[in-house]
Design a protein around this ligand. Structure first.
Ligand code: FAD
Length: 469
C-alpha cells in the first residue's frame, strides 16, 4: 500500500491532540502515513497562551481544566508534564449581586442547590425566591421533544431569582453567553436526564453529589480543576517539540479545500497546495464556510452560530495593595448588577504558583453576549473600567506593577438551541460529500479543553478507520 497523507487544519489544543495521538499511532504501528499540521497564526496553541513575567505566570486565555474529565490530565502526562500537574486551592467563591459579594451556597452544582441548609440561609435570594426554588421538589417533570434553552429549563424548575442571581452568573462566567439562547442538550444534557429520572433537580443532584468524586475532593480540600504549574502553554510547547514525524506549517492559512479525483487539495495562503487523503478541520466554525465556497447552504448554520468576544485583564500588585476576603478565590457577577466585569479571579489564591511571594495577581473578565463593545476599547480604558468596578467592592491602592489585556475576539462559540441537530446534519452531509474530512473542536461537541482533546482523539480513530489502517 502506498503512503497516505493526513492534513490537520488548526493548531489549537484540538489540532495538537490530533497530531500528537496520530503520531503515536503511526510510530506504534509503523503506519505509512505522513502528517501536515497547518496553523494560520505564527504560533501554535490557539486560545491557549501563557506569559511569564517578573515571576508571575499569566494565562491569557484558559487557565485550567476539569480533572474529572480525565483527557487533559492524561495528555499532560503523555507529553511528560505529569509532575507539573497541580490542583487549585479550595476557597470561597462569591457572586456579586447589587454591590455585595455573596458566598456561593455550599453544595451548589452549577447553581443547582444540593445542600438545603446552606441554600436556605444564603443572603443571595429573597424568601420568595427561596420558596419558588423549593417548588422544584414538587413540580412534575416535563418531557420536551428536542432542545430547550438553559435559561428556560432552570427558570421553570427553580424560578427566575435563582437563575438571575446564581445560575446565570456562573454559566456566563464559563460561556459568556445568553442563557436564554444557549442549548440545554448541547451544554448540560445531564440536567435534563436528571429531571427525567428523578423529577426534582435538587433531589436528583443531591443524590448524585453524595457519591461524586467532586464531593470527596471538596471534603479533602483538593480543588476539582488542574493546570500545569509552568503554564498551559507548556503542553503546547511539549507537543510541538515531540511532533518529529509531522510537518508543522505556521503562519499559513488554509484558504480553500477542493476534491480532485481521489485526493483533497488544500490551497494555502502562501500560494502552495497540499494534497491529502484525509483532513481533520479543527478551526472554529466561522472559519469553515470560506474553505468550501460551494457549500454555503450546507454550512449556513456556521454563519448564524454566534461567538462572543471577551477580554481578560491580568493585574499584578504588591499583596498589601488589595484587601481580599481571607479565604476567597474570586467572584462572578450577576447581569443586573450594573458592573462591566463579568468575573474576577484572585488568581494567586486559587493558584499559588502564579505569583511570587508577597504579590497578588488578579484576573478579570469583560465582555459577554449583548455587551461586547468594551472589548474593542483601548487597553487603558479597559483597565480603568476594571479598576473602577473593583474599587466599588474593595479598595485597590496605587498602580498595578503591570497589567496585561488580552482580547479574544469572537472566541467563545455559542451552542444555541438546536445546536446538536444542526451539527449532526452538517456532519452527515459533509461526510457523504467529502468522505475522509472530519470537522471537530470547540465549535462542535464541547469547548472545555478536555472536550477538545476527546474530540481530537476520536478524530484520530475516524481517520485511521477511513484509511483502513
Ligand atoms: P482554537 O484554540 O481556536 O484553535 C483553532 C486554531 O485554528 C486557531 O489557532 C486558528 O488560528 C486556526 N485556524 C483558523 N482558521 C484557520 C485556517 N483557515 N487555516 C489554518 N488554521 C486556522 N476551557 C477550559 O477547559 N478551561 C478554561 O479555563 C477555559 N477558559 C477559557 C477562557 C477564554 C477567554 C476562552 C476564549 C476559552 C476558554 N476555554 C476554557 C475554552 C477553551 O480554551 C477552548 O475551547 C479551546 O482552547 C479551543 O481549542 P481548539 O483547538 O478547538 O480551538
Amino acid at each position: 500500500m502506498g503512503r497516505k497523507k493526513v492534513a490537520i487544519v488548526g493548531g489549537g489544543i484540538t489540532g495538537l491532540s490530533v497530531a500528537f495521538y496520530l503520531q503515536s499511532e503511526i510510530k506504534k504501528n509503523h503506519l505509512p502515513i505522513d502528517v501536515v499540521l497547518i496553523e494560520a497564526k505564527p504560533r501554535l496553541g490557539g486560545k491557549i497562551e501563557t506569559i511569564k513575567r517578573d515571576g508571575f505566570i499569566i494565562e491569557r486565555g484558559p487557565d485550567s481544566f476539569l480533572e474529572r474529565k480525565k483527557s487533559a490530565t492524561q495528555l499532560a502526562k503523555d507529553v511528560g508534564l505529569g509532575d507539573y500537574l497541580v490542583n487549585n486551592d479550595v476557597g470561597q467563591s462569591f457572586v456579586l449581586v447589587g454591590d455585595k459579594l455573596h458566598p456561593i451556597p455550599k453544595g451548589a452544582v452549577m447553581g443547582v442547590p444540593t445542600n438545603i441548609a446552606s441554600f436556605a440561609t444564603s443572603g443571595l435570594f429573597s424568601l420568595t425566591g427561596k420558596l419558588r426554588a423549593s417548588f422544584d421538589l414538587f413540580l412534575p417533570k416535563k418531557k420536551v421533544d428536542g432542545d430547550q434553552s438553559l435559561g428556560g429549563f432552570f427558570g421553570r424548575r427553580l424560578g427566575s431569582e435563582v437563575v438571575e442571581n446564581l445560575i446565570e452568573p456562573l454559566l456566563s462566567g464559563i460561556y459568556a453567553g445568553d442563557i436564554y439562547n444557549l442549548s440545554l442538550l448541547a451544554i448540560f444534557p445531564h440536567f435534563y436526564e436528571i429531571e427525567q429520572k428523578h423529577r426534582s433537580l435538587i433531589l436528583g443532584m443531591a443524590k448524585q453529589a453524595q457519591k461524586s468524586k467532586q464531593k470527596q475532593q471538596q471534603e479533602q480540600h483538593k480543588g476539582i480543576f488542574q493546570t500545569v504549574s509552568t503554564g498551559l502553554q507548556s503542553i503546547v510547547e511539549a507537543i510541538e517539540r515531540q511532533l518529529d514525524h509531522t510537518v508543522v506549517k505556521k503562519g499559513i492559512k488554509v484558504s480553500e479545500i477542493k476534491k480532485e479525483d481521489d485526493l483533497y487539495h488544500l490551497e494555502l495562503s502562501d500560494g502552495t497546495v497540499d494534497k491529502a487523503d484525509a483532513i481533520v478541520i479543527t478551526a472554529q466554525h466561522d472559519a469553515i464556510p470560506s474553505m468550501f465556497p460551494n457549500e454555503q447552504q450546507t454550512l449556513a448554520y456556521f454563519k448564524k452560530m454566534p461567538s462572543t468576544s471577551v477580554a481578560t485583564v491580568a493585574m499584578a500588585y504588591p499583596e498589601e495593595a488589595v484587601q481580599l476576603p481571607a479565604d476567597g478565590t474570586g467572584f462572578v457577577v450577576s447581569r443586573n448588577s450594573g458592573y462591566t466585569i463579568t468575573a474576577c479571579t484572585w488568581t494567586n489564591k486559587k493558584w499559588p504558583h502564579t505569583a511570587p511571594k508577597g504579590k497578588t495577581l488578579l484576573r478579570a473578565y469583560v465582555g459577554k453576549a449583548g455587551d461586547e463593545a468594551v472589548v474593542d476599547q483601548p487597553d487603558d480604558v479597559i483597565i480603568q473600567t476594571v479598576l473602577d468596578d473593583l474599587n466599588r467592592l474593595m479598595p485597590v491602592k496605587g498602580e498595578p506593577i503591570f497589567s496585561i489585556v488580552t482580547r479574544l475576539k469572537e472566541a467563545m462559540p455559542q451552542y444555541i438551541v438546536g445546536h446538536l441537530d444542526n451539527i449532526r446534519n452538517i456532519k452527515s452531509i459533509m461526510g457523504q460529500k467529502y468522505p475522509g474530512i472530519y470537522l471537530t473542536g470547540a465549535s462542535f461537541e464541547g469547548l472545555g479543553i478536555p472536550d477538545c482533546i476527546d474530540q481530537g482523539k476520536k478524530a484520530v480513530k475516524d481517520v485511521l478507520q477511513f484509511l483502513h489502517l
